[in-house]
Design a protein around this ligand. Structure first.
Ligand code: AMP
Length: 283
């Protein structure tokens, strides 16, 4: 497995692979791997001749008071895990390689970022869209795999690929969870023992929402209220949002008559966690 740090070297590697008629699957990450990341690598590896894992903590997607400087890092462990998953390349550029002096272009979407996480994180999806566009141009994959854990991000990427005519297949992988239901996240290491117990409120409340909808509950406001009640019943929790919305547009719905996305962001202590589930009332 090669570790590539330079944009030009990455582009040359991809060019030579393409010339041989071989395909590349990209998994963009910020590192500190867990089983969620590894599942994306497995999917991409199975679909393509070569797996490229990018590892870059993208400053453009963090707001001023967010955890950019505290974001957990363990490069050696990550390299080892990517190699075990069969990666041909880990692309791990330094910041100045991605954003050199006088960098000034950004990719912005008009409406998807106005919902859910975009409300509290106004710069986030512009930063994601910009870096993913750059990674697509640098790595030149035929397939790119993202996790449904970041559902809004997945929709943003699908839309940008469509809007900007990238000839790349976007694959969404299901959320990988701990045995007790907590969605895996690099940020889970921030949680104290008490907070870890309260973090279960997210997956529990999605189960509650699913039960209510499966039992015929249609009133989105009532479902939302029950979810809020469950989460606030746990210590250390502060809700950023609870949404019952259209999975494609992310617009809130009033009545659950078709599949809905129930999406949550909750601060547990100082750690902001997200989770979601698409629930089909017809199932
Ligand atoms: P991150 O390193 O947090 O930026 O995540 C990199 C990729 O892994 C994104 O596509 C995430 O959606 C995905 N991912 C993160 N956590 C999980 C999880 N628990 N299950 C599935 N995919 C995940």
């Amino acid at each position: 497995m090669k570790v590539i740090k330079k944009v030009e070297e990455m582009q040359q590697w991809s060019e030579s692979v393409r010339k041989r008629g071989e395909t590349v699957g990209l998994v963009p990450t910020m590192g500190y791997f867990h089983e969620g990341h590894l599942s994306l690598m497995e999917t991409a590896g199975q679909m393509c001749d070569h797996l490229v894992v990018s590892l870059f903590v993208n400053p453009a997607q963090f707001g001023e008071n967010e955890d950019l400087d505290a974001y957990p890092v363990d490069l050696d462990r990550d390299y080892k895990l990517a190699e075990e998953k069969g990666a041909s390349v880990v692309f791990a550029p330094p910041r100045e390689e991605v954003y050199p002096e006088r960098f000034q272009t950004s990719v912005a979407l008009a409406s998807l970022p106005r919902h859910l996480c975009g409300l509290d994180r106004p710069v986030h999806f512009g930063g994601v869209a910009t870096v993913v566009t750059k990674l697509f141009n640098i790595v030149g994959p035929q397939v790119a795999v993202f996790g449904a854990k970041d559902f809004q991000q997945l929709q943003v990427i699908r839309q940008l690929v469509k809007d900007l005519n990238f000839n790349i297949r976007i694959v969404g992988n299901p959320i990988v969870r701990e045995a007790d239901g907590l969605a895996m996240s690099s940020r889970n290491v921030y949680l104290s023992t008490d907070e870890r117990a309260s973090a279960l409120s997210l997956s529990r409340s999605l189960e509650l929402a699913e039960g209510l909808i499966r039992d015929g509950g249609k009133d989105a406001a009532a479902i939302r209220a029950k979810v809020v009640e469950l989460i606030t019943g746990f210590d250390h929790t502060a809700i950023d949002y609870v949404a019952v919305c259209d999975p494609d547009t992310l617009e809130d719905v009033d009545s659950v008559t078709a599949p809905v996305l129930v999406a949550l962001a909750v601060k547990v202590g100082t750690t902001r966690l997200i989770d979601n589930r698409v629930i089909d009332p017809a199932q």
